[in-house]
Design a protein around this ligand. Structure first.
Ligand code: MN
Length: 219
């Protein structure tokens, strides 16, 4: 688990995404970021050993145990990435709008979650604002192709009756839609990097990663 690939793909002078600072959590952070890049997808992230293990789910999570959702394993992300909501500039890696779609904690159900992850089957429970209960992430082909599957429990729902991505499309942090984030996001980032000057424009300012992280910690 390393952030080498994550950092290599990004020019931190051009993107407001976090570079990755060491942050210790007592609980395991869990977030989903809805990401309107070239193709809309949901970035599913589980914190383990100082990084966010990450999967891109094109269709998003599904509460129906009969439905397997393809989850493409992507590079580890820094833990402070879990607080990011805003805009990645066009032309940069993953350029587009990022929404914090769900956040909370996950509890590994394997005695050794790192070993389970390497073996390609993670069992866990989610304690987030949208996703709850037992879930499985299972590798099915090669390294990159996994499935996210809801385990049958009290939080399971049939897809024909309830599609969580349709019923709950907005940010868990700011209540905004993707369009609203794109319209209202005010970044203090400029082409030269992070500028300290504060703008007095009447726009909803993106919550700073530090502030949001504090919120996540007391959640
Ligand atoms: Mn993404």
């Amino acid at each position: 688990m390393t952030l080498e690939i994550y950092r290599k793909k990004r020019d931190f002078k051009k993107t407001p995404e976090p570079k990755g600072n060491k942050i210790k959590f007592k609980k395991h952070l869990f977030v989903i970021q809805k990401h309107a890049a070239s193709h809309l997808h949901y970035d599913f992230r589980l914190e383990l050993h100082d990084v966010l293990l990450s999967w891109a789910i094109p269709k998003g999570p599904c509460l129906d145990p009969a439905v397997k959702r393809l989850a493409i394993h992507v590079e580890d992300h820094p833990v402070d990435y879990g607080s990011f909501e805003g805009i990645i500039p066009q032309g940069e890696y993953g350029g587009g709008t990022v929404m914090l779609w769900d956040k909370g904690f996950w509890k590994p159900l394997d005695a050794d979650p790192e070993e389970a992850y390497h073996k390609g089957h993670l069992r866990f429970e989610l304690f987030a604002e949208k996703l709850k209960g037992r879930w499985d992430l299972v590798r099915f082909k090669e390294e990159k192709q996994w499935f996210l599957i809801k385990y049958s429990d009290e939080f399971a729902k049939k897809l024909t009756e309830y599609d969580i991505t349709v019923q709950q499309p907005d940010s868990v942090q700011t209540g905004q839609s993707l369009d609203e984030i794109a319209k209202n996001y005010h970044s203090s980032w400029t082409k030269k990097g992070l500028s300290k000057s504060s703008s007095k424009k009447k726009v909803i300012k993106a919550v700073s990663p530090e502030k949001l992280l504090n919120y996540l910690l007391i959640y």
